[in-house]
Design a binder for this molecule. Structure first.
Ligand code: PYC
Length: 395
């Protein structure tokens, strides 16, 4: 799939973080811009970070005029990805339901439905009768703590095989001669006169024409090495998977009120996720209280799952920005240091378009209009975005 390489002394572009974002950026640098003297540095195995720890949900039912077209462009790229990479990424467009359990949450979902429709994204409000037809097993009783009043239905959303996305991009990068270096940890970045010159790693020092920080969880650690401060805090996010069950759930279910989201894989396992841990940490350990929470909330939606066994539980770490929108652009402090970071709990679904846009920015020096609003400069100008209502399914 990808070959080992010795580390060379110099690359045109060094990408720190070889998850789906870093790999997608490398792929588009090579494919669209002919820039192939690129090294991808990954401190662990490929897909060890957020790319292999997310719950594999794809959607573009965001809230803001900045977020909606951006994530929709990503969904379009995901739709074509199997053909593009000649590699089956198992995208199941099974549909996505965000549940509303109170007047205020239903109002928030309505705003998203309207904004989505205005921008050409297929989302609409549906009510208990139709919810029951789409999800026959869901508890629609009015006699619960948080009865389901309505849902935002987003048919183009779904789930994908997240490892396949990583492996597909990695294979395509390797075929173009782009180097992938797993187990290569960045320990420092040398900067002189406002330009990054070298990346120091546990395998030696390399010169870099341009550096892209595309890490998740370690965005601030890496950017700080280049002297670039970021307004990010890092929290764990936990998920778990059940034993395989007969197919009963054919769409993604999200409840921001209950802080739970779930889907069923082709193998029959239920993938269930929680809200972010309420404290900052770099820990990737899972905890019993979170498992209990996931179980309680899942059972409120599907009481018949009582007694189902959980096979695995895990945590990933998420870089949260103040406005629940990512940071994509060039650092003001270091002229050849770029960032594709701050992806909170929603980065995986943006990988292809973020990679494509970052590659264009690096190759041309001009940010594509899709990512202009996500510039790091917004924290100086005060032009923050307002995506919390739609990005934060897990908060
Ligand atoms: O943004 O769809 C999402 C999501 C699901 C789980 C965590 N984030």
């Amino acid at each position: 799939m990808w070959r080992p390489h010795r580390l060379h002394s110099n690359y045109d572009v060094v990408i720190i973080g070889a998850g789906a974002h870093g790999l997608a950026a490398a792929y588009y640098l090579g494919k669209k811009h002919g820039i192939r003297n690129v090294a991808l540095l990954e401190k662990s195995y490929l897909g060890a970070g957020a790319s292999g720890r997310n719950t594999a949900i794809l959607r573009s039912n965001y809230r803001t005029p900045e977020g909606i077209p951006f994530y929709d462009a990503s969904l379009q790229l995901y739709r074509q990805m199997s053909q593009e990479l000649e590699w089956n990424v198992l995208f199941s467009r099974c549909g996505h339901l965000s549940l509303g359990h109170s007047d205020s949450s239903v109002t928030g979902l309505r705003v998203r439905a309207e904004n989505n429709q205005l921008l050409g994204v297929n989302s609409r409000m549906i009510y208990p009768e139709e919810i029951g037809r789409l999800v026959p097993g869901i508890n629609l009783s009015r006699d619960t703590r948080y009865p389901i009043l309505a849902a935002l239905y987003h048919p183009p959303g779904g789930i994908i095989r997240h490892d396949a996305v990583v492996w597909g991009y990695a294979r395509a990068c390797d075929r173009m001669g782009i180097e992938i270096h797993p187990f290569t940890e960045v320990t420092g970045i040398e900067v002189a006169n406002g330009k990054a010159t070298n990346v120091i790693t546990n395998r030696g020092r390399i010169g870099a024409g341009t550096i892209l920080n595309s890490t998740a969880g370690w965005a601030t650690t890496i950017s700080k090495m280049a002297g670039v401060p970021l307004p990010i805090v890092t929290h764990p996010l936990q998920a778990c998977v059940s034993e395989p069950l007969k197919p009963f759930l054919d769409c993604v279910i999200v409840s921001a009120t209950l802080h739970v989201y779930l889907s069923q894989t082709d193998k029959g396992e239920l993938v269930m996720g929680a809200e972010i841990d309420p404290y900052q940490s770099y820990s990737m350990k899972s905890t019993l209280p979170t498992l209990e929470q996931i179980a309680i909330y899942t059972l409120e939606l599907f009481p018949q799952l009582h007694g189902v066994r959980v096979l695995r539980q895990w945590a990933g770490i998420c870089d949260m920005t103040p406005d629940f929108a990512p940071i994509m652009g060039r650092a003001q402090e270091v002229s050849n240091f770029y960032m594709d970071v701050g992806w909170g709990t929603y980065g995986f679904k943006a990988s292809p378009i973020a990679g494509k846009c970052m590659a264009e920015l690096i190759a041309t020096g001009k940010p594509p209009s899709l990512i202009e609003p996500f510039t790091p400069a917004r924290f100086h100008t005060g032009q923050l975005l307002g995506e919390k209502g739609a990005a934060a399914v897990s908060h």
